[in-house]
Design a protein around this ligand. Structure first.
Ligand code: ADP
Length: 381
């Protein structure tokens, strides 16, 4: 990266003065400093030259017969090709700079006669350096934009690849699953105990893979879902989710309490139901073996935001693990103890990010967890 010290002290300077002999001393000094100098005698010409081949800096006399320096500067600043060229106004002794006007029309600096040559040189160098830094910043910005576009495209391709791969793998996997079932039913008794165990393992692996593919598809669909945000009642979202998960809740023997006056947020109900369903499923699943899940679903309003939360009395999560569980495939437990794909919380995070919100967890090992979602309130009253 270039530092201010590396910046060149050369540059292409356009000098505009109807009486160039006035500036002879200054011009001589500048050309000795290895600046490239171009000189024009009128404002009109200066505008044409600057448009045709923009210089790095313009030194502009204020008093000129046809068009004065202020007007030249004003016109330069209205043109896209010339508006970023810094302009330093020059003025004669008997014609003091109207400083306010000079800056109003877009001037970067001014110097008046009698010129203190070292001071003028310092000001010229300063403006050229600023211009160069600006150019570097613009280039970096363009580079960043190009990189962001490339990343976005790569991301889309990856999404497309993962979703089509998951989709295409589903059919053969289902075939494997049903063939292993037929094998168990029709030929299972011809196998010894070990053979039967292997066969059952083939079937359960196929079922696990099927679930994983379904979740992968869900995850990639989530980012491609077309939606428009609007007011959504969390009360309704929770009621629908409880209805959808009714049999899972019943078989878990869970005790679920819902805050009666859940507020509304700015969101999209299908995404919020997916989020609620994943958080509730986890709250029911991650409990000590043999104990019954207890879940409280509530919300707190804080100025313009609503913090919606799912509090459970399950096994909890250590502080070190809390950030990583929101990433795809991250699981803290083996499938033998708690089955899953490691995608539930990734789906939660992706969905909430799409809605412009935030999510997180507060938890302690053995003391339960509180998963929270922050979204804008739709109730601005
Ligand atoms: P999955 O449940 O399919 O494994 P998730 O992305 O939903 O995937 O969760 C990631 C991991 O975070 C889980 O494997 C589990 O270890 C941990 N986890 C999620 N929710 C809870 C919870 N309510 N209590 C304790 N641990 C949890």
């Amino acid at each position: 990266m270039t530092s201010a010290h590396d910046l060149r002290t050369t540059g292409d300077i356009l000098i505009v003065d109807d009486q160039p002999e006035n500036l002879q001393l200054l011009l001589d000094t500048l050309s000795r400093q290895s600046y490239e100098l171009r000189r024009v005698l009128s404002g009109q010409l200066a505008i044409q030259v600057a448009q045709f081949d923009p210089p790095d800096l313009i030194l502009l006399d204020i008093r000129m017969p046809d068009m004065d320096g202020y007007e030249v500067c004003r016109q330069l600043k209205t043109n896209k090709r010339t508006r970023d060229i810094p302009v330093i106004f020059l003025s004669a002794l008997d014609d003091p700079v109207d400083k306010v006007k000079a800056f109003d029309v877009g001037g970067a600096d001014y110097v008046s006669k009698p010129f203190q040559v070292p001071e003028v040189l310092a000001r010229v160098r300063h403006q050229l350096q600023i211009r160069q830094l600006q150019r570097q910043a613009e280039e970096q910005q363009q580079q960043l934009q190009r990189r962001a576009q490339a990343l976005e495209m790569a991301n889309q391709e990856l999404e497309f690849f993962s979703s089509s791969a998951s989709h295409d793998l589903t059919a053969p996997l289902r075939g494997l699953q049903s063939l292993s079932e037929v094998l168990i039913e029709d030929y299972g008794d011809r196998l010894d105990e070990l053979g039967q165990t292997y066969l059952h393992r083939i079937r359960s692996t196929a079922i696990e893979m099927d679930l994983l593919l379904k979740t992968l598809l869900d995850y990639s669909r989530m980012s491609r879902t077309e939606f428009s945000v609007g007011p959504v009642s969390l009360q309704a979202v929770v009621a629908n989710t409880l209805q959808t998960l009714r049999s899972t809740i019943e078989s878990s023997g869970a005790d679920i309490e819902v805050q009666p006056d859940l507020p509304s947020v700015v969101g999209f109900s299908l995404i919020l139901e997916r989020v609620a369903s994943n958080l509730l499923t986890n709250a029911l699943k991650y409990v000590e073996p043999g104990s019954f899940p207890r879940v409280y679903i509530g919300a707190e309003r804080k100025q313009q935001t609503v913090r919606w939360f799912f509090q459970d009395s399950g096994i909890g999560i250590s502080e070190d693990d809390q950030a990583r569980i929101f990433k795809p495939f991250e699981r803290l437990h083996g499938s033998e103890s708690y089955p899953g794909t490691g995608f539930g919380l990734a789906i939660v995070q992706r969905g909430i990010t799409q809605l412009g919100g935030y999510c997180g967890v507060e938890s302690e090992l053995g003391k339960g967890s509180r998963f929270w979602i922050e979204l804008r309130t739709s109730d601005l009253g």
